[in-house]
Write a protein that binds this ligand. Sequence first.
Ligand SMILES: *Cc1c(COP(=O)(O)O)cnc(C)c1O
Length: 370
Amino acid sequence: MHVPVNEPIITEDAKRYIAEAMESGWVSSGGPFIERFEQEFAKYLGVKHAVTTTSGTTALHLALVTLGIGPGDEVILPDFTMMACVFAVLYTGAKPVFVDVDPDIFTMDPEKIEEKITQKTKVIMPVHIYGHPVDMDPVIAIAERHDLWVMEDAAEAHGARYKGRLCGSIGDINAFSFYGNKIITTGEGGMVVTNDDALATHARTLRNLAHSPEKRFWHKELGFNYRMTNLQAALGCGQLAHIEEFIAKKEWMAAQYASQLHGVRGLRLPVTKEWATNVHWMYAVLVEDAFPLSRDAFREALLAHGIDTRDFFTSCSSQPATRKYCGEGGRYPVTERIADHGLYLPSGLALSQEQLDTVCHAIRAIAHVG
Ligand SMILES: *Cc1c(COP(=O)(O)O)cnc(C)c1O
C-alpha cells in the first residue's frame, strides 16, 4: 500500500461552488466568492478584515509592505521555519534576524527574542509550527515594551488556539496559506487578516497594483498583483464550511498515532502545551539517539514500505539563499538538532484508518517492537 504524506479532501459542495463560479463567467479576481470567502474567514477567526492573496508567501510579503517595512528595517523570526518567511522579509529589502526555537514545540523561543532587538527592529514574526501555537503572551509583552509590530504566520495553524484565542487573530496583522497541504486549501492562495481598518484598506490597495481607491489607473506607491481568483475562493468557501471536521480528523489522526506509537523507544512524539490547542497540521516526530536507525535511514526504511514522510525544515540562517543576503548567521543549536532528527509522518486529511495502521505497523517493525 502506498501512503502519501498528504492528500486533501475536496468535498462535494466545493465542487459545486467551483462549477457555479465557472458557469457565472467570473473566473478571474472579480466575483462573489472572493468577498464571501473573505467575510466567512474573518467571521471564523473573529477578526474585522480578511484580504485574500495568491499564496501564503505573498500574504506574508503583503502584510510586511502594508506595515511599511523596507530597507534598513529588521524583522525577528524563528530560525526553524519555512523559507517563505525569510523570502518575504528579503523581498522588502529588510533584514531577517533569527532566534532559536523551543526544543519541545519547535516554535520561536520568546526568551531569545529580546537580545536580538536593535534600533532597526520593527516586527516580530511568530510562526506557529506544525499546528502548535507559539507562546504568544511573552512575545506580545516584548513587542509592547519595544513598540514593535507582531505579525503571526498562521499558515500551519488554521483553527489552532493559544489560551482559547485562534492563531492568526492575535497579532497586529497576520498571514495564512491555503496551499494544497494546509488545513484548508484553495489550491494556491493566502490571506492577510487584521482588526485595523487602515491596515486592511492599505493591504487591499497594495494587493491590486496600488490603484488609488479614489482614482483608477493612478498609483501613488509600488503595487502588486496578489489577487486570488473567484474559482480559488469558491474552493475556499467549500473548504471553510468543513474546517471543524478537518480539525477533528487531525485530532483523530494524532490520537491514533499517539496510542499506536506510544512506547517506541527513541521516537519522540509531539508535545502539546497545556495552554495550546494543537491542530497537528503535520504529525511531527523526533528520531532520537535511542532509536535503532538514524532519521535518514528511518525515512528510507519507511519509503521501502511505500510510506512517504518529510524531513523537518533546515535552519533558515544556514541556507545559501539567506547567507547571500545576510552573511553568516550565528548558531541556533535547537534548530540544528531538530532539523537533523525530525520527520513528519503521513498526516493528510484523506488518511484512512488502514493507511494509518500500515504506517504504525511499519514503524513498530522497523523499531523491532511488538
Ligand atoms: C506553507 C507555508 C508558507 C507559504 O505558503 P505558500 O502558500 O506555500 O506560499 C509560509 N509559512 C509557513 C509556516 C508555511 O507552512
